[in-house]
Design a protein. Structure first.
Length: 153
């Protein structure tokens, strides 16, 4: 059963790009934008990450911390962060625990091909670690995703 609005997020979220464990308690008392994206260094995912990067201070002023999640490796995340100068951590969900817990892993179609992958989805989580809002793949505009969050109050 996938997590949804009203549910508490898992205590352990996974390891970040440096192999450090990321816990829900790291964000206690803060609002969290936990965003799932398909793959490092692809056009849409880069646009989305850069939207968060370019609006990082504004998001922080609004009380949000940002954490990205994909099934890419720690090494892939390190390169992506370095190349795009991302000021927030990325979780390497290589064991797919998080994408499955949040229900964002599923069937996708691209250029007539069907395959399994991460559906771009963002979870807005309150100060107590409870999911308050889910922004689904059809709603997300990658280039202006940070503004969508800032305007969603």
């Amino acid at each position: 059963m996938a997590l949804q609005v009203g549910d508490k997020i898992p205590a352990i979220l996974g390891n970040n790009q440096d192999g450090k464990e990321v816990k829900a308690s790291d964000y206690a008392g803060k609002k969290l934008v936990l965003y799932f994206y398909p793959k490092d260094s692809t056009p849409g995912c880069t646009a989305e990450a850069c939207s968060f990067r370019d609006n990082f201070q504004e998001l922080r002023k609004a009380g949000y911390e940002i954490v990205g999640v994909s099934v890419d490796s720690e090494k892939s995340h390190q390169k992506f962060i370095e190349k795009q100068q991302l000021p927030f951590p990325l979780i390497a969900d290589t064991d797919m625990k998080l994408v499955n817990a949040f229900g964002v892993w599923g069937e996708k179609k691209f250029m007539g091909r069907t395959y399994m992958g991460t559906n771009r989805t963002t979870f807005l989580i309150n100060e107590e670690g409870i999911i308050e809002k889910v922004i689904g793949p059809k709603e997300i505009k990658t280039k202006e995703h940070a503004q969508q969050i800032l305007n969603s109050k």
